[in-house]
Design a protein around this ligand. Structure first.
Ligand SMILES: Cc1cc2nc3c(=O)[nH]c(=O)nc-3n(C[C@H](O)[C@H](O)[C@H](O)COP(=O)(O)OP(=O)(O)OC[C@H]3O[C@@H](n4cnc5c(N)ncnc54)[C@H](O)[C@@H]3O)c2cc1C
Length: 390
């Protein structure tokens, strides 16, 4: 028997990274090994996660808003951010979601469209994890079509804004100190920076989830929430939230590779140990075909993520490219998780192994930040020039 090669070493892909990128990958991996991996099955089982403690751990490593410049953020490259997402999601998609929503949705919205006062008030505390943010776009009756949102902001004669309505499926909602809330106004969609201590704001947790259980998911209820005129972000229309979503989707392109890698790694270790008919199940040709096909897709997904990361750092990443990445990498990660589950047999449905947890989580990842159907239509539009959304 020869020494096995790690699936991501099949094509010597480590050579794609420089020393700094490898260092970020290693430090994030160590943190996930220490602070996430030993506990995550229990968090998932209980449907609870110590989000505040984790945010501080991630903040101390500079992972929150790490691709943003200034205001206490690390200002690192897109590739470094992607690699951190990959390692976090190898731990759990819910844990990566905490970091993505914090950095790419809430912090990015304030960093890109906020006033200097808003940035100074929130970004340094969010970078350290002392303040947690959430991002409210989806509503009970408005998901893929955010233009149909009902949460309304009206300006009263004194200049204050008053917000009424409900957001749904909001990651970090119940633990957030600040919510970036998108609302319909007479002038189009506007974003608001809402301290969650504002009178009239509440965030009940969404229960009975069977996916992303190590992540806080909430409703945001705004009943006459009064905000000063300065609470509004400097962007009008859906291009505001869509710009933020594009940032977070980029992280998912890498993150999904992490979940798939963790599934395949644990499945290979299992399959070389597990014996049936007098030999390791990894020695059967049918199993090897599964493992080889999964390694191919994993390596291709990683190459795609790296390609998009380099384009983003060069300033030439277009939204439809992110759609290609999210569509392919989440789809393939989910297929890998499901296939790995079969190799583990009955153990494949147990939380003793990470596979069923990743598979369940990836069902959410397939849907949030633009469903796979929505990203298919983005790619279809890029290919044909024809908009098939309506
Ligand atoms: C765990 C979790 C966390 C989330 N976190 C957040 C968050 O932090 N902030 C936030 O704002 N949202 C969040 N979301 C919401 C998520 O972004 C939405 O669920 C997603 O945008 C899809 O919306 P929907 O669920 O309303 O589905 P719908 O839009 O109702 O879609 C239902 C189905 O119809 C399909 N469909 C819709 N339109 C078309 C079309 N034109 N052509 C073809 N098919 C179509 C969809 O692809 C899907 O298959 C989260 C969701 C989950 C599950």
């Amino acid at each position: 028997m020869s020494d096995p090669v790690h699936p991501l070493d099949l094509l010597a892909l480590d050579g794609l990274l420089d020393d700094d990128e490898r260092a970020i990958r290693e430090s994030t991996r160590r943190l996930v090994d220490d602070a996430v991996r030993p506990y995550v099955a229990e968090w998932f089982e209980r449907g609870e996660v110590p989000a505040r403690e984790l945010a501080k751990e991630f903040g101390s490593l500079g992972l929150l808003g790490m691709h943003l410049e200034g205001y206490g953020c690390a200002g690192l490259s897109a590739v470094s951010y992607g690699l951190a997402c990959l390692e976090l999601e190898a731990g759990d998609s819910g844990v990566r979601s905490l970091v993505s929503v914090q950095g790419s949705l809430a912090m990015y919205a304030i960093w890109r469209f906020g006033s200097e006062d808003q940035k100074l008030e929130w970004l340094p505390r969010m970078a350290t994890g002392d303040a947690i943010g959430c991002f409210g776009l989806t509503e009970p009756d408005s998901g893929s079509d955010p233009g149909s949102m009902r949460l309304r902001a009206r300006r009263d004669p004194g200049g204050d804004w008053v917000l009424d309505g409900t957001k749904m499926w909001i990651t970090n909602g119940s633990v957030a100190d600040v919510a970036v809330v998108w609302a319909a106004t007479d002038a189009g969609v506007r974003g608001f920076v809402v301290p969650t201590s504002a009178p009239g704001f509440s965030a009940p947790e969404v229960g009975r989830k069977l996916s992303l259980r190590a992540s806080v998911t909430s409703e945001l209820v705004l009943e006459g929430v009064r905000l000063p005129g300065s609470a509004v972000l400097d962007v009008v229309g859906l291009r505001g939230p869509l710009a933020c979503l594009n940032e977070a989707r980029f992280g998912i392109v890498y993150g999904a590779v992490g979940a798939a890698r963790d599934c395949l790694e644990s499945t290979i270790s299992y399959a070389v140990e597990r014996e049936q008919f007098g030999r390791p199940v990894a020695g059967f040709q049918l199993t090897q075909r599964k493992l080889a096909d999964m390694a191919l897709e994993l390596d291709k997904a990683y190459l795609l993520a790296m390609h998009l990361g380099r384009l983003k750092d060069a300033g030439s990443l277009r939204p439809e490219m992110v759609s290609v990445g999210k569509l392919n990498n989440v789809r393939e990660a989910l297929a890998i998780a499901r296939e790995c589950r079969t190799v583990l047999g009955a153990n494949g449905i147990s939380l003793e192994y990470p596979v069923i947890r990743h598979a369940a989580n990836l069902e959410s990842v397939l849907t949030y930040e633009g469903t796979s159907e929505v990203h298919t239509l983005v790619v279809g539009k890029a290919l044909t020039g024809l908009d098939a959304f309506r």
